[in-house]
Structure formats: structure tokens, C-alpha cells
Design a protein around this ligand. Structure first.
Ligand SMILES: [Ca+2]
Ligand SMILES: [Ca+2]
Length: 186
């Protein structure tokens, strides 16, 4: 059975899943009745200085693959309708550039500012990691908290600590727009 994390929880993948290579990162959400929102998954792959080493380490619907080939976005979902994963990121750990120490999974609301939308209109949000080889869910984080003012939320991140990869259930909401992340990390 998969481990279920609370906000701030951590799971050491290198220690507990030493054979893990290819990770299916499923991101899910539902739009509350009466609203129409388009959410997008983005990945920022950061070096030790807290910045992306080059532009293409920002992986999103217009740049589906990282330069090292390790992280791939499988495509845009416009509605979030239906149970199960709405957008999916694939990560292949052996191909990851040695320079990368943080991989942030961020969900933004498309045109949130102009449409006056935020995460209070979203429910059933989660992030889960699946081992592709065994098709086994390893760890999951359900974002129980409401985000009344956030226009984007970091659902989770993979972070390298002393050479070991940990998954962190971050659940951090902001209201800077996707551009705010680009300004911060690029
Ligand atoms: Ca989308
Ligand atoms: Ca959904």
C-alpha cells in the first residue's frame, strides 16, 4: 500500500525504494461545480544555486522535455474532468543531470489573474508517485488544505539530500502567477 503523506511530509526514495528508476508523477484535481478552470503542471529543475541551469530545465506544456532527457511532461489537460491523473510527468532518475538538486512540481491556473480564479475553486487535488516498472503507487499526498487566495500551488518536490532523493509533500500556495516562478528560478 502506498505511503500517504501530510503537508510537509518527506519520503526518502533512495533509501526506501533503492531500485526505483522511472517515476510516473500523477497530478490530479477537480474543478468545483459552477467553475471552469484550466490548470497546468510545470516542473522547475533547479541546480545548487536555486536556479534552472538553462531555460529548458523549465518543463511545461510548451517545453515537454528537459535537456538531459530525464523529465517529460506528457501533455496538457484543459478541464480536470474525471477521476485519476489529470496531468502526468515522467521522471527517469538515471538520466538526471548531476547538476540538478531540486525538482519542483507546480500547478498553476491558466489566466488566473484576468479570470479572478484561485485554488478555492479546486478540490480533490493530489500528487502521487508510481514506480513504472512495477506499476506500484509508492507515495501519495492529498492536498487536504484549502487555498482561498492561491493562484498556483507547489504540490510536491523531489530534493537531493546528501546524494539521496527525497519526495517532499510541499503544498505551498502563492499568488505570483507562473511568471513569478520564472522570475525567481530562471
Ligand atoms: Ca492544463
Ligand atoms: Ca480530475
Amino acid at each position: 500500500m502506498a505511503i500517504s503523506l501530510q503537508k510537509g511530509g518527506r519520503f526518502n526514495l533512495s533509501k526506501k525504494e533503492p531500485s526505483l528508476k522511472k517515476i510516473f508523477i500523477g497530478l490530479g484535481w477537480d474543478v468545483k461545480p459552477g467553475h471552469t478552470l484550466d490548470l497546468d503542471a510545470s516542473v522547475f529543475m533547479l541546480g545548487a544555486g536555486g536556479k534552472i541551469p538553462q531555460d529548458e530545465y523549465f518543463v511545461f506544456y510548451n517545453n515537454l522535455k528537459s535537456p538531459d532527457g530525464a523529465v517529460q511532461h506528457t501533455g496538457d489537460n484543459r478541464t480536470g474532468v474525471g477521476d485519476g491523473d489529470d496531468e502526468v510527468i515522467m521522471a527517469y532518475l538515471p538520466m538526471l543531470s548531476e547538476d540538478i538538486v531540486d525538482i519542483l512540481m507546480i500547478i498553476t491556473i491558466h489566466d488566473a489573474a484576468s479570470k479572478r480564479q484561485n485554488f478555492s475553486m479546486i478540490q480533490n487535488a493530489y500528487i502521487r508517485l508510481v514506480d513504472v516498472e512495477s506499476n506500484r503507487e509508492i507515495v501519495r499526498y492529498d492536498l487536504a488544505q484549502d487555498y482561498p487566495t492561491s493562484t498556483e500551488v507547489e504540490f510536491g518536490r523531489l530534493t537531493k539530500v546528501n546524494g539521496e532523493w527525497e519526495f517532499v509533500a510541499s503544498g505551498t500556495g502563492t499568488q505570483t502567477g507562473l511568471q513569478g516562478y520564472v522570475d525567481k528560478y530562471a
